[in-house]
Write a protein that binds this ligand. Structure first.
Ligand code: ATP
Length: 239
């Protein structure tokens, strides 16, 4: 199992952001959905070792996020929601920097490969600060993928992109899901329909649906994914 989350809870002060959730993920694209404040980013930050949990157990490729952080980081790529980038660095220079953080030896070939894969070729000689939002997002993706991790966690990777760029990034996510485990957090239901095999819906820190996209549709015949989401996150339906 690539990702195993067991009875995970996170409390910030008096606020319970994640409340005793369990799920697993394997190769493919898992859509991680929920309304604002549901606990998605918190869960992703725990899986990627950025913050500790209050209770429960999380492992990535068999490695415990608390006890084996280096192994987890080696196996995971993370594109956070507001992705911090070094605006003064050139695209290629930034890739080389991230490769050095991962202690990659002779990363030149891999950098060229990832620039090609993320469609950054035409912009690769620019500074990150000179890039459009969509291309900056591609830089973030390229940085998350440079060390070829088995697991990729993406927090709203297509927010603010134009329709052409959206298609490009979605295709990339779809391709990644053929060999890797991808967790994709998004508010765009069309995107979920386009790329996800498996869907988890979280509401107020609790999982209210965990199913394949087709399973979810079968159980809610005639409803759009948007209506299923609204029903589940307003407490009207429980699966
Ligand atoms: N550092 C923090 N300190 C206190 N409360 C926090 C902190 N980070 C998140 N929270 C709270 O935890 C809850 C879950 O937040 P989280 O960011 O995980 O939600 P989300 O599902 O990612 O939302 P969104 O879709 O808006 O990004 C929210 O009520 C939020 O205010």
């Amino acid at each position: 199992m690539s990702i195993l989350v067991e009875s995970l809870t996170k409390v910030y002060g008096t606020q319970k952001a994640v409340d005793d959730i369990s799920f697993s993920a394997n190769q493919g694209v898992l859509g991680f959905l929920g309304p604002n404040g549901a606990g998605k980013s918190t869960t992703m930050k725990i899986i990627t070792t950025f913050i500790p949990q209050t209770a429960g157990k999380v492992s990535v490729c068999g490695y415990d996020v608390n006890l084996q952080q280096q192994e987890v980081k080696r196996n995971i790529g993370y594109l956070p929601e507001s992705n911090p980038l070094y605006l003064d660095m050139y695209v290629k220079e930034s890739m080389a920097f991230i490769a050095s953080v991962h202690r990659m030896k002779s990363p030149g070939k891999r950098i060229d490969e990832i620039i090609e894969q993320t469609g950054l070729g035409p912009e690769q000689h620019k500074k990150i600060g000179q890039l459009s939002k969509g291309y900056r997002q591609r830089v973030g993706l390229a940085q998350a993928m440079i060390h070829d991790p088995q697991v990729l966690i993406m927090d709203e990777p297509t927010s603010g992109l134009d329709p052409n760029q959206l298609i490009g990034i979605r295709q990339l996510i779809l391709d990644l899901g053929k060999t890797k485990t991808v967790i994709l957090s998004t508010h765009i239901m069309q995107e979920v329909e386009a790329v996800c095999d498996h869907v988890i819906i979280i509401n107020k820190g609790k999982i209210v649906a965990d199913d394949t996209l087709s399973g979810l549709r079968d159980k809610n015949q005639g409803k759009t994914l948007e209506n299923i989401f609204i029903g589940l996150t307003n407490g009207l339906v429980r699966l």
